[in-house]
Design a protein around this ligand. Structure first.
Ligand code: 1CP
Length: 342
């Protein structure tokens, strides 16, 4: 078995220099991505066409010395599989039919998900075959709350309407979260069966929640998701990324059962380390805005981030996704600094 450096770190080892991958490493900042994106009818069609999705995964791996590839898909394929209408508005982002407009919240059976998403698992199989053996393959899904926010209000942006919904319709929100827990567990288990080495849960909208609400919509569902995954026989490491959890990060790290912790841009490594269980691998947390700027300041900041995480098993990443305006050559320079120290 070829050793995959990121898997060693997820197993609790510290490696110098740290393995690196970049959230949203496939995407619009790459001209070759924009070119294949133009071939698909729409974004979901792109996600469900294995030949295109595999190519999107491989593009950044060809350009940069990255230690992992991530499945090309989206967190919103899950509501699509549950029978909610999902579409992407060019230049704006995802849109769904908001549950908030409806008196009764209905969704398809989680049983349907794995059949509906068969092209995604075919993509995972094909990536594994196309990728170098030493490269780690990451599967992913959105966290139950993050996916629920899009389903509830029908779009991104501030989550005020979702927070009010949890106070005004707690039964409906709890029922939605439990459907998402089951559907997400099956979706992740199918990715592992198809060849994913590890998993990441993107709980991208963890910010702004009072502690009792954080318990209800983030901690309980994630704990249930982890338990369900393990019950389905999934043993691979799971990275939890509760972006914006802030003061509640430690509760997420200690109580949910995730293996490793994604650290967002504003959270100091020392804070995450002190809050997390002893020796928990940490991933993060370079500022994506600095990556747009580049230059000597970017390189110095990369060294600072590596130093900051020195006390933990560390996977170098951004604190949130790379943005479309990032010059690809800046990412090349960043990876070079990480790999060579210079
Ligand atoms: O037309 C296009 O090319 C659409 C841009 C795009 C891409 C490239 C979207 C729409 N999704 C993706 C792929 C994607 N999304 C990946 C795989 C690619 C990779 O990482 O290399 C992953 C892991 C995601 C995850 C995702 N989708 C998250 C969680 C991560 C995060 O950034 O916080 C979220 C919140 C989404 C929803 C979504 N999908 C697309 C957009 C523009 C958004 C965010 C919208 C918003 O801010 O509310």
């Amino acid at each position: 078995m070829t050793e995959r450096s990121m898997m060693r770190v997820l197993g609790g080892e510290r490696i110098d220099p740290p393995p690196v991958w970049i959230m949203r490493q496939a995407g619009r900042y790459l001209p070759e991505y924009r070119q294949i994106r133009a071939q698909a009818k729409d974004f979901l069609d792109f996600c469900y066409t294995p030949a295109l999705a595999v190519e999107a995964v491989m593009q950044p791996l060809r350009r940069f010395d990255l230690d992992a590839g991530i499945l090309f898909s989206d967190i919103l394929v899950l509501p699509d599989a549950l029978g909610r209408k999902v579409w992407f508005v060019e230049g704006e982002g995802p849109r769904l039919e908001p549950l908030l407009d409806q008196d009764t919240w209905t969704f398809g059976d989680p049983d349907r998900v794995v059949g509906f998403l068969a092209p995604v698992y075919e993509t995972v199989e094909r990536i594994r075959a196309a990728m170098p053996a030493e490269t780690t393959l990451i599967g992913f899904a959105g966290g139950p709350w993050t996916v629920a926010t899009y389903m509830i209000q029908g779009e991104g942006g501030d989550k005020d309407r979702c927070r009010r919904a949890t106070y005004q319709r707690p039964g409906d929100v709890a029922a939605l979260l439990s459907v998402l827990v089951e559907a997400t567990a099956r979706h992740l288990a199918a990715q592992v069966a198809a060849g994913a080495d590890c998993l990441q849960i993107f709980e991208s909208w963890s910010e702004g929640l009072p502690e009792p609400l954080f318990e209800e919509v983030i901690l309980k569902p994630t704990k249930a998701l982890m338990a369900r995954l393990r019950a389905l026989g999934v043993t691979v490491p799971v990275i939890g990324f509760p972006r914006g959890a802030g003061a509640l990060l430690g509760r997420y790290a200690r109580e949910t059962g995730v293996t490793a912790l994604g650290v967002d841009t504003q959270t100091p490594a020392g804070f995450a380390r002190a809050q997390a269980p002893e020796g928990m691998p940490l991933q993060g947390n370079f500022d994506p805005q600095m990556l747009i700027c580049g230059g000597a300041a970017m390189e110095a900041e990369a060294r600072r981030v590596i130093e900051d995480f020195r006390g933990s098993p560390h996977i170098f990443n951004l604190g949130h996704g790379i943005t479309p305006q990032t010059p690809p050559e800046n990412l090349a320079a960043l990876v070079q600094v990480i790999k060579t120290g210079g």
